[in-house]
Design a binder for this molecule. Structure first.
Ligand SMILES: O=C(O)C1=C[C@@H](OP(=O)(O)O)[C@@H](O)[C@H](O)C1
Ligand SMILES: C=C(OP(=O)(O)O)C(=O)O
Length: 409
């Protein structure tokens, strides 16, 4: 399938969506499970390719681990193979080999891991070649590039003699992903202590206990359905498997979409989304929920609500340069994401065009979130999404679910 044509619904939008489960929670649980010798009972693991890749690579005998385009899989497995002393080559897609890993490798080397770069310094492919504890039990690492390095170190740290104290430097990003890690660790029997004001995390030495653990549905995946409700003339959706109190920072979509005209009500089984009045301008800081930026940018642009975005710098080192990708694709609709303060503040300029008649085709840049963020435009006008299979990274059944509310050809 090279492209899909999405056609607006002719009926009110009504559906119950069994959301994909969280790849972030799954990939953490899988690393912890591996450290117990695979003795946990993990329920509702994600069908996401990133998680299926993690499952396969944790048990594979192969000397090479190809993570494809999965960032958490690359970062978590690097720490896992390095600190458990395994010899493994870690590689991925060409884009993965442009996503930085130097801060994590530096930290692992400080702890005593032998890690070599096989290509460009600071980037995959890399090889882990053994571990002899250096005796270091306290280190500093920047917290403003990717929280995944810190989650990776934290999950392995209980197995270091003396544990580990991490001092995070710079302005912290993606903090909820770190707290998700620490809370999952606690569920499996090792409780870290974080002092966020001091930017310090202390992880005691210990061992994870085999535990039964059920993964929640994915709030990042849920965000596209919020956007559907915001953009549709008449919509009511039930999203299953979301908790009222989530570990996932992307549950912030509830508060953001409340301003964009979506009422989310907890049902006991998930959330019911209904329409309400929207505000006429929003300001969102995505520092703690970077994966929501594309959803919200497209929704504001197409709903005609100008928005101020901050905290989107980390988007440039994800599956693609997401800032550039959003700008390029929004411009096709007469909208834009304008950088008003270099690397700091952006404005979403909504489409001024009345619904243009020509059929617009959205490029997706090997990025699942580009495909899913632009799909809700189909609530307003027909739209073509190129390379729709990119959704498999986090939400393989996305198009089957979308077919319940619009025509997908
Ligand atoms: O730890 C995680 O599960 C993730 C952390 C975030 O990355 P950064 O910490 O690099 O922002 C997020 O964008 C990614 O989709 C998943
Ligand atoms: C950035 C993402 O994932 P990762 O960094 O794990 O590849 C994402 O899913 O949007």
């Amino acid at each position: 399938m090279n492209a899909v044509l999405l056609t607006p619904p002719t009926q009110p939008v009504r559906a119950t969506i069994a959301l994909a489960s969280s790849k972030s929670e799954s990939n953490r649980a899988l690393i912890i499970d591996a450290l117990t010798g695979f003795r946990c009972d993990l329920q509702n693991l994600a069908s996401a390719r990133d998680t299926q890749t993690m499952i396969r690579l944790l048990r594979a005998e192969d000397p090479t681990a190809d993570v494809l385009d999965a960032g958490t899989t690359m970062r978590f497995l690097t720490a896992y193979f390095a600190l458990t002393g395994q010899t493994k080559t870690l590689t991925g897609t060409p884009r993965m080999c442009e996503r930085p890993i130097g801060l994590l490798v530096d930290a692992l080397r400080t702890l005593g891991a032998d890690v070599a770069y096989l290509g460009k310094d600071g980037y995959p492919p890399i090889q882990t070649r053994g571990f002899r504890h250096s005796g270091v039990s306290e280190l500093s690492i920047r917290g403003d590039v990717s929280s995944q390095y810190i989650s990776a170190l934290a999950m392995l740290a209980p197995y270091l003699p003396g544990g580990l104290t991490l001092h995070l430097t710079g302005a912290l990003g993606s903090v909820p992903y770190m707290t998700m890690t620490l809370q999952q660790m606690a569920t499996f029997g090792v409780t870290p202590r974080a002092d966020w004001a001091a930017q310090t995390i202390h992880i005691p030495a210990g061992t994870y206990q085999p535990t039964t653990y059920a993964i929640e549905s994915d709030w990042s995946g849920a965000s596209y359905w919020f956007s559907v409700v915001a953009l549709a003339a008449n919509a009511e959706l039930e999203l299953l498997g979301l908790k009222a109190e989530s570990l996932q920072g992307d549950s912030a979509i509830v508060g953001i979409m409340d301003q964009l005209g979506v009422q989310a009500t907890y049902t006991g089984k998930g959330f019911r989304l209904t329409k309400k009045a929207a505000t006429d301008h929003i300001a969102v800081d995505f520092t703690n929920c970077p994966d929501l930026a594309q959803t919200v940018a497209v929704c504001c642009a197409m709903k005609g609500i100008p928005a101020t975005f901050t905290g989107i710098e980390s988007l440039k080192i994800k599956e693609t340069d997401r800032v550039l990708a959003i700008q390029t694709e929004l411009r096709k609709f007469g909208a834009d994401l304008v950088e008003v303060e270099p690397n700091a503040r952006y404005e979403v300029k909504p489409s001024k065009q009345a619904i243009a008649t020509e059929l617009i085709s959205v490029d997706t840049y090997d990025d699942h979130r580009m495909a899913m963020a632009f799909a809700p435009i189909a609530m307003l006008r027909p739209v073509v999404i190129e390379e729709p299979s990119v959704v498999a990274k986090s939400y393989p059944s996305f198009w089957d679910d979308f077919a319940m509310i619009a025509e997908v050809n």
